[in-house]
Design a protein around this ligand. Structure first.
Ligand code: FE2
Length: 350
């Protein structure tokens, strides 16, 4: 009887630990063996799963993954403190990794392989996190309604000529928060606020949907330009849905600020948690994920840019051409995130 009761209590604990992360998907119960690495991940791609399986095969280290939104995972790490089973947190934005660092949830790690495989501007200066893939936040436009000559910079999107012509998702989205943070970093908050107000007054419709929906809005004639991450154009182009392929065929990509500071980029990346039970395994996994073979798989599957300079982007991505990336340290995106959120609120970018 007591044993039944104990099992009952244990099963409640398991349910609680899963529901505490909202719709988190626990693929295996996290544990802290020498032969294990436990990941909290905001990435939701099949290629990640494949790479973890390959890592396990190569090293014998078992990989456990809990998937949920980045904010949930950060909160969970905070709540668990030194009892956390998590070794590595993976997010799709440097801003979130910086937030985790600021809250003292990460530890610095380094290795000669990581130093070689991840360029300086795509990792934390002190090794608190490393980029796994990178992406640019670019413009897509409809070539029948916009001439590429008319496009230049993010800044120019605030000009009156774009009145009623721009589609972009909501300001709660971290990609937009990071973009505005970069404008605060470059121009100061006053100029960034003027810019955001200008863009709001040029919107074709109230912000809604995700990046894919903005590209579809341009194809459908709802807007003439959209601000989106590069890989969504690749994903639509490679979609099994013909209508989505057509959407991708109708739009062109423009990399802004090419005669100035370069296009805004970001990374999806990973940091080893401060209380990781399996630090060494976590570093090995980071080394594996940034190695040339794994980077090739990332690049082919998702149309993101590899961080490892040895690896070329996928053919579809290469066809968009080379571009200059903003060299702003991605660490500073987190620094200005709160300010960016306040600006979005002030200008009514919902
Ligand atoms: Fe995304």
């Amino acid at each position: 009887m007591q044993r039944t009761m104990l099992l009952f209590v244990l099963s409640i604990c398991v349910v609680l630990s899963v529901s505490a992360a909202g719709d988190a998907e626990t693929e295996a119960e996290a544990s802290a063996d020498a032969g294990t690495v436990n990941i909290y991940s905001h990435r939701h791609y099949e290629v990640d799963r494949q790479l973890y399986a390959e890592f396990s095969e190569e090293t014998g280290i078992e990989v456990n993954v809990v998937r949920a939104g980045a904010d949930e995972l950060i909160e969970r790490l905070e709540r668990e403190g030194d009892n956390t089973p998590a070794d590595l947190i993976i997010t799709v934005d440097a801003g979130r990794l910086n937030r985790a660092r600021e809250r003292n949830l990460l530890q610095p790690v380094s290795s000669p392989r990581l130093a070689q495989q991840v360029p300086d501007n795509l990792r934390d200066e002190e090794g608190y996190w490393y980029g796994l893939t990178s992406r640019a936040r670019v413009l897509v436009y409809h070539p029948e309604r916009v001439n590429a000559d008319e496009l230049s910079t993010y800044e120019a999107l605030a000009e009156p000529r774009w009145d009623g012509r721009i589609a972009v998702r909501s300001s709660s989205n971290i990609y937009n928060i990071s973009l505005l943070s970069s404008l605060v970093a470059h121009h100061g908050s006053e100029a960034a606020e003027e810019w955001a107000a200008g863009v709001v007054s040029n919107l074709a419709r109230q912000p809604q949907g995700n990046d894919r929906d903005q590209i579809k809005a341009v194809a459908a004639g709802v807007a003439d330009i959209a601000i989106v991450n590069t890989y969504y154009v690749g994903l639509l182009g490679a979609s099994s849905d013909e209508a989505e392929q057509e959407v991708a065929e109708q739009v062109e990509i423009f990399f802004p600020n090419q005669s100035g500071r370069g296009a805004h980029i970001n990374v999806s990346g990973a940091g080893v948690t401060r209380h990781a039970p399996n630090t060494e395994n976590a570093v090995r996994l980071l080394e594996f994920l940034t190695s040339a073979p794994a980077q090739r798989e990332f690049a082919a599957a998702n149309y993101e840019y590899p961080v490892n300079p040895e690896v070329e982007p996928a053919e579809r991505v290469a066809s968009w051409g080379n571009f200059e990336a903003d060299q702003l340290n991605l660490g500073s995106l987190g620094e200005y995130a709160d300010e960016a959120v306040a600006i979005f609120d002030d200008v009514g970018w919902r």
